[in-house]
Write a protein that binds this ligand. Structure first.
Ligand code: B12
Ligand code: SF4
Ligand code: SF4
Length: 279
């Protein structure tokens, strides 16, 4: 069953017209990596302390969609979507703002491809008789503000960490075997599958600065000094990534003003861009 699910996701990414990016005559996202976590993994409960009480466990996410007492255990499926190399290279030469390709990926890749894949996987499993929900595509998904910046009630990076897909970094970005320039999506299903094993020794193992004390290239790449050896200033980053200039730039590129241009300079032109730099 795991192979069937993986093949369905890979087929969607390679064949769906939504993933075709005219601007580069190639896909928005390359072949995905897919892993599985038990919905009862105790780490999800620990996220209530690590992230905050507002962050839902898989059980809560499932019951928000299928009603109280509907949960009988299951699996969280997490997917890494690597950003196309042509898009990555276009952003790697930028020094202030996102490239056109990066900005169009932010609008169309995120809103159409990622949401489309989430709905596709949800429908595929529901049609096979396994109740499934994609938090990102559900009505209850929310981003709120706390004192350190925006935070959601379903953090895809924490879900991917639980599934053993990689680790966080000094700039908060999630470094996978296909690097940091990726997007993430997940679903919660009642289907019970063998979980993958988390091999990372800690939650920042794949970052050269966090684990070996070297690198720091992303610190120099950030145009607003939102990254330091102490970590990532989310409010500074948020103001830049979603500010007025970013909206105007997005419109000039033909992207959505609400999505903004994005930035991602800390995810491109860095040693962890397309690979795990610690390997
Ligand atoms: C809100 C948000 C933002 C906010 C805040 C980001 C943040 N750090 O939380 C702002 C506006 C700043 C932002 C910016 C960007 N974002 Co954004 N954003 C989100 C969103 C919607 C929610 C994130 C969230 O809930 N965070 C929760 C907080 C608590 O996470 P955190 O503070 O990073 O967590 C730390 C602690 O938990 C700590 N920790 C301490 N102890 C322990 C112990 C353990 C065991 C663990 C696991 C962790 C841990 O480690 C973490 C890292 O320091 C997600 C989509 C989603 N639903 O997940 C996308 C998402 C995170 N964004 C993404 C991207 C691509 C971007 C941008 C590049 C913009 C762009 N598109 O050009 C920048 C990159 C900024 C950066 N350096 O990471 C991608 C990330 C891809 C990746 N490889 O990491 C996501 C996952 C979207 C997606 N679907 O793919 N984003
Ligand atoms: S550029 Fe270097 S310091 Fe920054 S996240 Fe990547 S590996 Fe870590
Ligand atoms: S997304 Fe841009 S502003 Fe935010 S931390 Fe990365 S480089 Fe800095």
């Amino acid at each position: 069953m795991k192979d069937l699910i993986k093949n369905e996701i890979k087929k969607y990414v390679s064949e769906s017209k939504e993933n075709w990016f005219e601007e580069i005559n190639d896909h928005y996202y390359d072949e995905p990596i897919i892993k599985f976590a038990s919905a009862d993994d105790p780490l999800f409960q620990k996220y209530k302390n690590i992230i905050g009480d507002h962050h839902f466990t898989p059980k809560e996410a499932f019951e928000l969609s299928f009603g109280e007492d509907s949960y009988r255990g299951g699996t969280v499926i997490s997917v890494v979507l690597p950003i196309n190399e042509k898009t990555r290279k276009s952003n790697a030469v930028q020094t202030q703002w996102a490239s056109k390709e990066w900005a169009l990926t932010r609008t169309f890749g995120d809103e159409i491809v990622i949401k489309g894949l989430a709905k596709h996987l949800e429908n595929f499993l529901n049609d096979s008789g396994q109740r499934t929900v994609s938090p990102y595509a559900s009505k209850w998904f929310k981003i709120q503000r706390d004192e350190s910046g925006p935070t959601s009630n379903w953090s895809e990076r924490h879900i991917a960490y639980a599934a053993g897909l990689g680790t966080f970094s000094i700039n908060d970005g999630f470094i996978t075997e296909k690097g940091i320039a990726v997007r993430l999506i997940s679903v919660v299903t009642e289907l019970k599958l063998t979980p993958d094993i988390r091999i990372a020794k800690n939650h920042t193992e794949n970052c050269l600065l966090c684990s070996k004390g070297i690198c720091g290239v992303c610190i120099k790449r950030c145009p607003v000094n939102a990254i330091s050896k102490e970590g990532h200033d989310k409010i500074k980053c948020y103001k830049y990534v979603y500010g007025e200039e970013s909206s105007k730039l997005a419109v000039s590129y033909g992207a959505s003003p609400k999505a903004g241009s994005g930035c991602g300079l800390c995810q491109t032109g860095v040693p962890c861009e397309g690979r795990n730099p610690c390997k």
